[in-house]
Design a protein around this ligand. Structure first.
Ligand code: SAM
Ligand code: SF4
Length: 328
């Protein structure tokens, strides 16, 4: 059994949202006042998450599990959950996408529990801009978290940045130089129409092309072989070994090579960030479905995946749930 769709793609990379809550309020993600959070009875318990991830790795060919949110480190008992997922067989590769605020405290226990690596989101190195983008004055905590991640052996440490026009779009070269000096792998990701406030405009999005031009003015970039026929996403910097990723999720979508599937914190399978449909595994699970039945529901959910995100189509409508609830 696998998670194949009708376009020949097979999903092997499962992103599991552990909570829709967050301790930052990034302007491109959530409003200042936060969102109506999921009620606790709708959230999957740790046992339910381990059961579903177990079905995915044992019966459905999932090889990679990424824990995300909201802010996954807000979930109580995260290290235990990581340990239980790392104990599944076949053991999936296990990573965490986090804003980094709690990593100074959690990196070592998470590593000890079996976490392989982290992606830390950081859009600026300027404390004033950090507070402007995230609405919290916590840059120092993120930087300490990154150092703790590297020191505890989580490798590679990846940094994800979103550039915002007129806010931090002059920082591409400085973020890159800093990442190379610290030994982090930096990737720029285009801003996507997934914010709860529906404030995204294509005209204000900083494109991958613009980011590459800004980087190219400061360093020498050489494209490295990318995913299949997709445009180059990964570049060697100044002859190597440093590298940088520039991901044009909107302007150069990689949908044709997509191998991702998502499980929300309330137990819904989403076959795409931009899907407008979800498949409810939580209800089936709580009604007593066996592993085989859960696997079949999951397969059916992935089979219906669309060819692409369709952002450029006239009929495009942003999904009802924002990125923080889907699991970024
Ligand atoms: N809170 C964690 C974090 O920030 O890394 C995990 C969840 S967050 C939704 C995952 C990633 O999505 C982050 O790297 C964040 O920058 C990115 N993100 C959030 N909203 C976005 C948007 N509208 N467009 C592009 N990326 C976005
Ligand atoms: Fe929180 Fe991550 Fe969204 Fe920022 S991007 S508000 S850190 S969930």
């Amino acid at each position: 059994m696998d998670l194949a769709d009708t376009f020949g793609r097979v999903a092997t990379d499962l992103r599991v949202s552990l909570t829709d809550r967050c301790n930052l309020r990034c302007t491109y993600c959530m409003p200042a006042e936060g969102l109506p959070w999921l009620p606790s009875e709708r959230m999957l318990t740790d046992d339910e998450i381990v059961r579903l991830v177990g079905v995915a790795v044992r019966l459905l060919g999932v090889t990679e599990v990424r824990l995300t949110g909201g802010e996954p480190t807000l979930r109580p008992g995260l290290a235990d959950l990581v340990g239980r997922i790392a104990a599944l067989r076949p053991r999936p590769k296990l990573s965490l996408t986090t804003n980094g605020l709690s990593l100074a405290r959690l990196a070592a226990p998470l590593r000890a529990a079996g976490l392989d690596r982290v992606n830390v989101s950081l859009d600026t190195l300027d404390p004033v801009r950090f507070a402007q983008i995230t609405r919290r004055d916590r840059l120092g905590d993120v930087l300490a978290g990154l150092r703790a991640a590297a020191a505890s052996g989580l490798a590679p440490v990846k940094v994800n940045s979103v550039l915002l026009r007129g806010v931090n779009d002059d920082e591409a070269p400085s973020l890159l130089r800093w990442s190379l000096a610290e030994g982090y792998e930096l990737r720029f990701i285009e801003q996507m129409p997934l914010d709860a406030q529906h404030g995204w405009r294509r005209s204000t999005m900083v494109t991958a092309g613009e980011t590459l031009a800004a980087l190219g003015a400061a360093v020498t970039l050489r494209p490295l072989p990318g995913r299949g026929s997709a445009p180059a996403e990964l570049f060697e910097v100044d002859g190597g070994p440093g590298r940088v990723g520039v991901i044009g999720s909107v302007s150069a979508p990689f949908c044709a090579a997509c191998d991702r599937v998502r499980l929300t914190a309330d137990g819904q399978v989403r076959n795409c960030l931009f899907a407008r449909e979800e498949s409810d595994l939580r209800t089936a699970l709580r009604a007593g479905a066996d592993d085989e039945q859960l696997a079949q529901l999951w397969q059916a959910a992935v089979r219906g995946k669309h060819a692409g995100h369709g952002i450029d189509e006239v009929a495009f409508r942003q999904p009802d749930r924002p990125m923080s609830a889907i699991g970024g």
